[in-house]
Design a protein around this ligand. Structure first.
Ligand code: SF4
Ligand code: SF4
Length: 192
């Protein structure tokens, strides 16, 4: 076997040095780019204006529920499916038509784990996982939300379950709508 010439050995040595320097420079350029990026980006509040404008979430995000009182038939299937028993439904025999009128539909968010198992069995599709991710409250009682006492636009809409609206619902004893009455949607359509 012939020995490599001194010139070839020197060229290989130079190539290896160049490769090592280039690899280190490439890696440092990535680090440097990220480091300078932190100075260029806006602050969190500038980018999201939270809480005035909620942070966007993915379409399949499982946030606080949306519930439509005017469609619920009080069948208890959601409560039966809940693994932690945190849905409490109050209902009475409806004096008009068949079935029940729902007078209370509370979810205890100190127990709820946002698994969405309550959504699947609903036969009338009146409960969904919403896109709200925050529920600020000052007491544990504030985490128990009675959707039958919230304005329908908040319970079924995407508005924030803020402490003010939840606290106001605690002072309401009657459901915001009962079977037999015009629904809030009918009322809106009648005004137009
Ligand atoms: S999301 Fe899960 S834990 Fe929460 S109320 Fe529904 S079934 Fe119960
Ligand atoms: S499963 Fe649907 S219809 Fe039945 S009580 Fe729950 S929310 Fe109402």
């Amino acid at each position: 076997m012939s020995e490599p010439s001194p010139t070839t050995g020197f060229l290989d040595w130079c190539r290896n040095i160049w490769l090592a320097v280039k690899t280190v420079a490439d890696a440092l350029s990535v680090t440097l780019g990220l480091m300078l990026g932190t100075y260029r980006r806006k602050t969190y509040t500038e980018a999201f204006e939270y809480p005035e404008r909620p942070v966007e979430v993915k379409p399949r995000y499982r946030g606080f529920h949306r519930f439509d009182l005017t469609t619920c038939i009080g069948c208890d299937k959601c409560a039966a499916a809940c693994p932690v028993d945190c849905i409490y439904i109050d209902k009475e025999k409806s004096p008009v038509g068949k079935g029940f009128r729902v007078t209370g539909f509370s979810i205890d968010y100190t127990k709820c784990m946002f698994c969405a198992l309550c959504v699947e069995p609903c036969p009338v599709e009146c409960i969904f996982m919403g896109s709200n991710f925050d529920l600020s409250c000052y007491t544990r009682d504030g985490c128990i939300v009675d959707f039958a006492k919230l304005p329908v636009t908040v319970a079924w809409g995407q508005a924030s379950l803020n402490p003010t609206v939840v606290a106001a619902s605690k002072a309401i004893t009657e459901p915001v709508w009962v079977k037999g009455e015009e629904t809030p949607v009918d009322r809106l359509l009648a005004v137009r």
